[in-house]
Design a binder for this molecule. Structure first.
Ligand SMILES: C[S@@+](CC[C@H](N)C(=O)[O-])C[C@H]1O[C@@H](n2cnc3c(N)ncnc32)[C@H](O)[C@@H]1O
Length: 379
């Protein structure tokens, strides 16, 4: 805990000790082995054995996600991959919980000090009611025990600590660390770069990061546009608190609010740059449309909406990956993945009010990782 109101980032960080680090690194390596080596073996088996067997039985090769699932689901290697994936996810949550249990009381006390002292000058605004509807609010995304929402004590930030403890582990195990860098706000920096490329004339006075979670990516926007009022909006209260404490401990004045991205309560045409990182694939198609409408309502003329999300559209990934993704949707806490990638995003944007001549839905790469970007400008 910090003394005399002088805070460093570490005072509020997720800090595994030696033994916890060793265990968490092992789990990161184990997950990477499953995601790369075991999946590569499954790819080869699909091409050499499972797809030909499907063709022999059905008179045509597998052509759709459903066909691919039928081709793999009784295969022992596929079942081994799925069992390893399921259990490695359990191991991951167990391992970060150990660190959280050890530091939680200290971090809550530090949160209270940061909230009261506001050393960076940011703010936090909480609401008493649950701000989003089921199934989003009743789903344990990533199978995080208790989901994003669970509160077990006053001023709870437990779910923020647990989530942040898994982020780099999860991303590097998926080969998704943009540029291979381990900086906390790497993805936010990438979003800001893409925004500057798409709208070089834009100098935002107000930035809104929707579904900001633990708020680490939001830091990038305050660093890139220090003159801007930067807001992080999130529907899960433990994450909102955690995001506020982290920004204050890092010396960044960001305003965090607990709100539904589909119903922000902000005035019409009041934001210059609206963004989100991997929020939409965790919500329903109906909410996606509501959130896009809200973005259009909030956007100032000349402003930019730019959302980043997963690029798992069927035309871009092989059938075997569609089958493993289908399993993740059914069994591993990613229930909205398939619905998200099956949306016609250009049509969704147009339906929400975006001018098709100034809207986009395409892909950008950072190092080995490729992301789906969608949004538009308001003329
Ligand atoms: C995968 S997390 C990503 C968090 C953060 N953007 C990041 O990249 O670290 C998605 C976040 O979106 C939030 N979210 C989902 N639906 C939302 C909604 N309707 N309104 C506000 N937040 C939402 C979730 O609670 C979750 O924290």
């Amino acid at each position: 805990m910090a003394q005399n109101d002088t805070f460093t980032a570490r005072d509020f960080a997720f800090t595994p000790n030696h033994d916890e680090t060793a265990r968490q690194n092992f789990i990161g390596g184990f997950k990477k082995f499953i995601n790369f080596d075991v999946e590569a073996a499954l790819d080869r088996r699909f091409d050499a054995t499972l797809a030909p067997a499907y063709e022999a039985a059905h008179g045509a090769p597998p052509a759709t996600r459903k066909d691919a699932v039928a081709a793999v689901e009784n295969d022992p290697l596929f079942q081994t991959w799925s069992a390893l994936t399921f259990h490695s996810q359990n191991l991951m949550w167990d391992a970060v919980q150990d660190t959280t249990d050890r530091i939680i009381e200290d971090r809550i006390e530090t949160y209270r000090q940061l909230r009261d002292a506001r050393p960076a000058g940011g703010s936090v605004s909480l609401r008493d009611e649950l701000v989003v509807r089921a199934p989003v609010s009743t789903t344990e995304i990533h199978r995080q025990p208790g989901g994003y929402w669970r509160e077990r004590r006053a001023d709870d930030i437990e779910q923020g600590l647990n989530y942040t403890g898994t982020v780099e582990l999860y991303r590097s195990a998926k080969g998704m660390s943009a540029r291979g860098s381990l900086e906390k706000d790497t993805l936010g920096q990438f979003v800001a770069e893409v925004a500057q490329r798409r709208a070089p004339d834009l100098v935002p006075a107000r930035v809104l990061d929707m579904g900001c979670g633990t708020g680490e990516q939001t830091h990038a926007y305050k660093k890139v546009w220090p003159q801007a009022e930067v807001m992080g909006l999130e529907c899960a209260r433990p994450l909102v608190r955690f995001a506020h404490g982290t920004a204050e401990a890092n010396g960044l004045a960001i305003d965090f609010r607990e709100a539904n991205a589909a119903d922000t309560g902000l005035p019409d045409e009041s934001v210059d740059f609206i963004t989100s990182i991997i929020m939409f694939h965790e919500t329903t198609a109906a909410q996606t449309q509501e959130i896009l409408k809200e973005c259009w309502r909030l956007l100032k003329p000349g402003g930019l909406v730019l959302h980043l999300d997963v690029p798992y559209h069927a035309h871009r990934i092989p059938l075997i990956k569609q089958a493993t993704n289908d399993w993740q949707v059914r069994h591993n806490g990613e229930p909205f993945w398939t619905g998200f990638v099956e949306l016609d995003m250009m049509a969704e944007l147009a339906r929400a009010g975006f001018d098709p001549d100034h809207a986009f839905a395409d892909y950008e790469s950072a190092g080995a990782a490729t992301y789906f970007f969608f949004g538009g400008r308001k003329p």
